[in-house]
Design a binder for this molecule. Structure first.
Ligand SMILES: Nc1ncnc2c1ncn2[C@@H]1O[C@H](COP(=O)(O)OP(=O)(O)OP(=O)(O)O)[C@@H](O)[C@H]1O
Ligand SMILES: [Mg+2]
Length: 261
C-alpha cells in the first residue's frame, strides 16, 4: 500500500488534490490535459465529475489511483501523498475487468488472498459482499456466464474486498442498458451507505450524477480544468421519486446548459 502511515489517520478517505497539472509530452508534442485542479473530497463524500469527452476526467482519476504520473501539484489521501496504486483505493472501470478463469467468488477473494487473509475469513467476507451485490447464487459462475450488470456488480465487490477507503469509479455503468443502470445506481448507494467509503465517480450522464452525488464538479476541456461546483440539495435518501424533485430538475437544466458550451 502506497499511502497511509503507520499511525492511525485522522480522516478516512479524504482526498486532497492541490494545484494539479498534467502535461502529456512526446518528442514532437506537448498536450496540457489538466490545468491547476484544486479539489478536496471529504471523508465518506460521494462526489461526481461530469464533463465532455477528452476534458481529462480519466486522467485525473488515474492520477488519484496512482496509475499515472502528474506534472505538478499533489494528491493526498488522508494526508499521505499518492505515489502509486494501493489497496486503500479501489478502482472500477467501464470495461469488465474480471479474471475470466476465476469464478465470481474467486474474483472477489482475489485481493484478500494475495494479502494472505486466511480462507475462512475470506469466505465470510465474500459471503457478505455476494449478498450485498445480490449475487449469492452465482458464486460458482464464471464471468462469461454473467450479464454486463452482474459483471459490474462483481467488479464492485472485488474492489470492496480490499476494504478500500476510497472507491474510484470511471463510468462504471456506461455500457449498461437504461434499466440495469438505474438498478446499479441504487445498489451503489446502498453499498456506499454500508461501507462508508469515499466515492469519486465519473460519468457523462447528468441524471446519474445528480441521483448519486452529494456534490458535482463540472470540468471543461482545452485544457482540462474545473468549471463549476454544485451541491446537490436533495434528500439524503435517494428514492426513484427524487428524479421528479424540483431541485433535481432545475439542477439538470443548469448542468445541461453548462455542458452545452
Ligand atoms: N497517454 C496519453 N498520451 C497523450 N495524450 C493523452 C494520453 N491519455 C490521454 N490523453 C489526452 O488527454 C486528454 C484527456 O483524456 P482523458 O482520457 O482523461 O479524457 P476523458 O475526460 O476521460 O474523456 P472520455 O469522456 O472520452 O473518457 C485527451 O485529449 C486525450 O487525448
Ligand atoms: Mg474517460
Amino acid at each position: 500500500m502506497q499511502t497511509g502511515s503507520k499511525e492511525e489517520a485522522a480522516t478516512r478517505g479524504e482526498i486532497v488534490i492541490h494545484n494539479l497539472h498534467k502535461v502529456y509530452t512526446t518528442k514532437k508534442s506537448r498536450f496540457e490535459a489538466l490545468h491547476n485542479i484544486q479539489l478536496t473530497i471529504g471523508e465518506n463524500e460521494f462526489l461526481t465529475i461530469l464533463g465532455p469527452s477528452g476534458c481529462g476526467k480519466s486522467t485525473l482519476l488515474r492520477i488519484v489511483a496512482g496509475l499515472e504520473d502528474h506534472t505538478e501539484g499533489s494528491v493526498m489521501v488522508d494526508g499521505e501523498e499518492v505515489i502509486g496504486p494501493g489497496a486503500d483505493r479501489g478502482m472500477v472501470f467501464q470495461g469488465y475487468t474480471l479474471f475470466p478463469w476465476l469464478t465470481v467468488r474467486e474474483n472477489i477473494e482475489y485481493g484478500p488472498k494475495l494479502k494472505g487473509i486466511p480462507t475462512l475469513e475470506r469466505r465470510s467476507l465474500s459471503n457478505y459482499l455476494l449478498k450485498m451485490i445480490r449475487l449469492e447464487s452465482f458464486d460458482k459462475s464464471y464471468p462469461k456466464q454473467l450479464s454486463g450488470g452482474m459483471k459490474q456488480r462483481v467488479a464492485i465487490a472485488r474492489a470492496l474486498a480490499n476494504r478500500p477507503k476510497v472507491l474510484l469509479m470511471d463510468e462504471p455503468f456506461g455500457a449498461l442498458d437504461a434499466q440495469t443502470k438505474l438498478e446499479m445506481q441504487e445498489m451503489l448507494l446502498d453499498v456506499w451507505e454500508k461501507e462508508k467509503t469515499t466515492v469519486l465517480f465519473i460519468t457523462h450522464d447528468i441524471d446519474e450524477a445528480i441521483f448519486l452525488s452529494q456534490r458535482i464538479v463540472v470540468m471543461g476541456a482545452g485544457p482540462g480544468r474545473i468549471l463549476k461546483e454544485f451541491n446537490v440539495e436533495l434528500p439524503a435518501e435517494r428514492t426513484p421519486e427524487v428524479r421528479e424533485h424540483p431541485e433535481f430538475l432545475s439542477l439538470k437544466r443548469e448542468l445541461a446548459g453548462l455542458l452545452k458550451h
